[in-house]
Design a protein around this ligand. Structure first.
Ligand SMILES: [Zn+2]
Length: 155
């Protein structure tokens, strides 16, 4: 029999074989939580939000802050991903984040990025009218005229 020791990030549930790696992960997840503390999470009882029954009106300032914080987060937590986009163009990362359904989404998912959850929220916001939907599909097919739900459905 062999005993295996594992360490668990208390914030994300991710498991590590070394305490040092786990401590670094916890530090990063706390930093990310602080960086993205302005992000509003929609309460979705009964999956109505995810099913497109309503949207939440956001502002251009909120959208831009989220986009800019995602860029900072990728540079801070995922420098290898950031370099992929800045090797040929110093603004490449900003350009990639401006196309939320592009390859950047795949990189964040495959790399299990700490920024991914926030990127998925960003992806659900229509870049023209700033309505946040429960899925990217609805943001892509937004008519920009749907009545937004009353405030209070998010935290
Ligand atoms: Zn729209």
């Amino acid at each position: 029999m062999k005993t295996i020791t594992k360490y668990v990030n208390e914030h994300t549930g991710d498991e590590y074989t070394s305490a040092k790696e786990c401590e670094l992960s916890e530090k990063q997840s706390m930093t990310a939580k602080e960086m993205f503390s302005f992000v509003k999470i929609v309460k979705d009882s009964g999956c109505k939000f995810a099913n497109g029954e309503y949207c939440i009106q956001r502002s251009s300032e909120y959208y831009n802050q989220l986009r800019d914080t995602i860029v900072l987060g990728i540079k801070k937590f995922d420098p290898r991903i950031a370099r992929k986009f800045t090797e040929k163009n110093k603004d490449g990362l900003e350009v990639a984040v401006n196309f939320p359904f592009g390859i950047i989404c795949r990189y964040l998912g495959d790399g299990a990025s700490i920024v991914q959850d926030y990127f998925l929220i960003y992806q659900n916001i229509c870049p023209k009218c700033y309505r946040e939907w429960g899925q990217g599909y609805f943001a892509l097919h937004c008519t920009h005229t749907d009545k937004a739900a009353e405030p209070g459905l998010d935290r």
